[in-house]
Design a binder for this molecule. Structure first.
Ligand code: UDP
Length: 502
């Protein structure tokens, strides 16, 4: 017999930075609301998720067939954490080809449930096509953005308008966004490479011009963010799309539900033991997320900076740009001579190969500052523990996240921009020292990061007895209320024989 609880169907793009917030939301919905979750992804991602799900979770994992080789990708390439960066756009294009299969899959879910319709579909920011599927099968659809409001607003506006093209032609070095002036001045150096070289005819522009406008067909956007410090971008989307926007974050994966990466890494126990041996607030954590990496010369300068700063650090070392993925990665071949041994013997630094238990590290009392690419999940994870950031954006909307954190929130000092810029170790070391010392700036950043942590705690507070609900919890209530109400407006008659009953 089909189960009576209604489904929420979720499908994130195949990247850790997307899957992680989707899974965190799925587990939160399962825990706090009476819905059944159907979590869709490609076979290899589902396999990994199976081993990450808590044993008592009823989240149903559903495979959508996918063969990377058919899309000009290496075999078994189903996640950005294994795709060379220049092929990420191919994975995006390939994901759009899943439209008909996804539609079929949703229709099957409805049939298998004796016609009981899912409450809604929650899709990815990169799956604009999904809003059309939802419309065709008569379901309510919302986008879940793992990116913050400000970062995504800049990203969206720039991709759709390409305002920097003219500025470049005119020899300028900065610009304003025509429909998002509140973002203030954006420098050309604050653009990711894909955007910087975009001319409207390249693969990224074509993909975004085709699918971003499709959001207008959606019922609204759920943001993994906190309205109190990220409201400018949320206002932009309300104005731009005339759709509701729900800031429900931060939705974070708890350390028990950690996702395993597709590659190597250190165990949480190993990192914890190392951190336990260090004084409180004395360790710098260095990581550039799940898919980005720096150039060989930047890697060299960063290593020298870490040594020169004299601070304790954990560094997630990933193969640099240009590394041949078919060969074995040996970190010390890319680092200053004797660096690894010196760091090990002095116990100053821990080098972790490719993947670290980030949440555990950021939540440890010895961690003081995070040198990060400022992917939005990393930002939220850091600030949730009151850890200020040293920002080094690499790609996507990360540059705008840094801009927000530096200019508006005051919890970040920018270290460098991009994967190709020249980096001087003396300058990086000086910034590390600035933030980790008792300098006024350092104290100010740490104080602000603690204030933001309190904002976050307050936004997520759900105290039934005291009757207090934080902004993010209220926004989640509003989302479910909207989904419950709007799905009746979404139904169109006679779509799936006899399956239009709510
Ligand atoms: N992550 C991790 N260990 C690593 C690298 C990344 O656990 O070594 C997790 C991190 O905690 C975050 C996600 O992967 O939840 C990365 O998302 P983010 O938005 O920060 O960056 P992206 O990888 O999408 O660029």
């Amino acid at each position: 017999m089909a189960e009576k609880r209604e489904n929420v169907v979720m499908f994130p793009f195949m990247a850790q930075g997307h899957i992680i917030p989707f899974l965190a939301l799925a587990l939160l919905i399962e825990k706090t609301r009476n819905y059944k979750i159907t979590f869709v992804n490609t076979p290899l991602n589902i396999k990994k998720l199976r081993s990450s799900l808590p044993s008592d979770s009823c989240v149903q994992l559903l495979e959508i067939p996918f063969n990377s080789s058919e899309h000009g990708l290496p075999p078994n390439t189903e996640n950005c954490d294994v795709v060379p960066y220049h092929l990420v756009v191919r994975l995006l294009e390939a994901s759009a080809s899943l439209r008909p299969v996804f539609k079929q899959l949703v229709e099957d879910i409805i049939r298998q449930q004796d016609g009981q319709r899912p409450l809604c579909i929650i899709g990815d920011i990169f799956f604009g096509w999904m809003a059309g599927v939802a419309e065709e099968v008569g379901l309510f659809h919302a986008v879940l953005s793992g990116a913050g409001g400000f970062g995504l607003a800049c990203y969206y506006s720039i991709w759709l308008n390409l305002p920097h093209k003219q500025v470049k032609k005119d020899g300028g070095d900065h610009f304003l966004l025509p429909d998002f002036q509140e973002a203030s001045k954006i420098e050309l150096t604050q653009l990711p490479l894909t955007m910087s070289v975009a001319d409207g005819r390249d693969s990224w522009s074509i993909f975004h011009h085709k699918y971003l406008p499709e959001w207008t067909k959606s019922g609204g956007i759920l943001f993994n963010t906190v309205e109190e410090f990220d409201d400018i971008g949320l206002v932009y989307f309300k104005r731009k799309l005339s759709k509701p926007v729900w800031a429900v974050g931060p939705i974070l994966l708890s350390t028990e539900n950690r996702i395993r990466a597709s590659m190597g890494g250190a165990t949480p126990e190993y990192c914890k033991a190392w951190l336990d041996s260090k004084p409180e607030k004395s360790v710098l954590f260095v990581s550039f997320g799940s898919m980005n990496t720096i150039s060989p010369s930047q890697m060299m300068e960063l290593a020298k900076a870490l040594e020169l700063s004299g601070r304790h650090f954990i560094w997630v070392v990933r193969p640099p740009i240009g590394f041949d993925i078919n060969s074995e990665f040996k970190a010390n071949e890319w680092l200053p001579e004797g660096f690894e041994e010196r760091m090990r013997e002095s116990e100053k630094g821990l080098l972790v190969n490719k993947w670290a238990p980030q949440q555990e590290i950021l939540s440890h009392k010895s961690t003081s500052v995070f040198l990060s690419h400022c992917g939005w999940n990393s930002v939220l994870e850091s600030l949730s523990h009151g850890v200020p950031l040293l920002g080094w954006a690499m790609a996507a909307e990360q540059f705008f996240n840094v801009k927000l954190l530096v200019e508006q929130v005051g919890v970040c000092v920018e270290v460098a921009r991009g994967k190709t810029c020249e980096v001087k170790h003396e300058e990086v070391a000086a910034k590390i020292k600035l933030l980790m010392s008792d300098s006024e700036k350092g104290k100010e950043m740490r104080r602000k990061a603690c204030e933001v942590r309190e904002m976050i705690e307050s936004a997520m507070k759900d105290d039934d007895e005291g009757g207090f609900k934080g902004f993010s919890v209220k926004a989640m209530d509003e989302f479910f209320h909207a989904a419950g109400t709007m799905r009746f407006q979404t139904h169109t008659p006679n779509q799936l024989n006899g399956t239009n009953q709510p």
